[in-house]
Ligand binder design. Sequence first.
Ligand SMILES: Cc1cc2nc3c(=O)[nH]c(=O)nc-3n(C[C@H](O)[C@H](O)[C@H](O)COP(=O)(O)OP(=O)(O)OC[C@H]3O[C@@H](n4cnc5c(N)ncnc54)[C@H](O)[C@@H]3O)c2cc1C
Length: 412
Amino acid sequence: MSPLVDLLIVGAGAAGSVAAIQAARAQPRLKILLVDSRPDPGAKIRVSGGGRCNIGNVRVGVGDFHGGDRPFIAKVLKAFPPPEVLRFFQHLHLPLVEEGEGRLYPASQRAADVVDALRRGYRQASVGTRFAFQVDSLRPVDGLWRVGAGPDFLMSRRVILATGGCSLPKSGSDGRLFPVLEGLGLPLRKPFTPALAALALTDGHPLRALAGLSAEVLLKLPGCPGSWGKSLLITHFGLSGPAVLNASRHLLQAALPGGTPPLVVDWLPDLAASHLEGRLSSPMGARRMASVVGDWLPQRLARLQLDRAGLSHDLPMAQLDRLRRRRLVQLLKEDSLPVKGARSWHHAECTAGGLHLEAFLPETLEAGDFPGLHACGEMLDVDGRLGGFNFHWAWASASVAARAAAKSLSRP
Ligand SMILES: Cc1cc2nc3c(=O)[nH]c(=O)nc-3n(C[C@H](O)[C@H](O)[C@H](O)COP(=O)(O)OP(=O)(O)OC[C@H]3O[C@@H](n4cnc5c(N)ncnc54)[C@H](O)[C@@H]3O)c2cc1C
């Protein structure tokens, strides 16, 4: 007979590790087992925040997240606000420091320290572990849960799923459990698309020749409310940088079978189109176009935009006709860039789409139709913007699921 545990947590990444610690703290006598497909879990945390791990944010609100039902997300966030994150990691002897825009990082500036602290936390709480255990089946059997990995299986009174989404699949979060869960009857919110992802421009797009150049821009999507500001980085494949990462999930989710909509770039968000029109119609027209546009944009980008408008770099401004002036202003203020799609899941930080929130209760993150089965973290249909919000969601949702699971297991 396979060993029976009180609580089985599947996935020892961000959410699963915290769920293990929180459940053990809430009910120290429970037999808790944390399993993961990887022999050495925590890869995603280790590479996060450029190796520094932007572990959270001092200001977190429902507006920082996308995906499922707003009141649902708000309820989970309320149960584990930022001061609790600080206290939680303090308790694990991992002090945090605040940087710009409220972002929290470990004071050591080392993401690996977060993995070590979590690992220490669940080991000291006597949580059992079983790694290199790739869950591929899950079903209720006589009031218990049977969780299988090939021919091997475990039995548990309750299960918390924390297997992440599909971003960075080499970390172990490859989304392979989703079809199993769908087969069980848990609804998925599709499509699944990368979020916080770099975007590929169509092959041969001239902007790609400017790899390495960055600019402060405002991004928009046709027919989609909202805009995304901050810096954009041009790369050899297309576009990256904070503005692009934040806009990516909206663009990719809006994609139709026909293709991805264009990304509209305002290269000069601080200058109105009417102001540019006025400047370009100025009677002091002896200046050359490359010099005029070079006042506003980095030289290489200025010259490229002139090429795309069909204008010679040496053209005196006085000779700029109305049609080409309009075209140039459009390229500066509403440059519609053809996007092929996300660069890849390997270059995405998060997943848009996931387990449908409607199947879960926000107070416990337990599946309404499957008593004893909870889920948390990136696998739920919630994704945050840049700034530590995805980790915050992992900590908050894990805490809600773990406390609820522990509480119900404490009942005779
Ligand atoms: C490059 C990069 C940088 C990032 N930087 C930040 C940042 O600075 N700040 C921030 O807030 N967010 C950041 N994120 C996002 C953040 O890492 C995730 O949102 C967070 O890790 C999600 O936590 P999770 O526990 O739900 O999933 P994960 O951390 O992905 O953990 C899931 C775990 O489940 C295991 N697993 C998967 N399938 C199975 C299975 N079938 N059986 C057993 N185990 C399984 C995996 O091996 C993995 O260990 C970053 C992401 C990436 C890729």
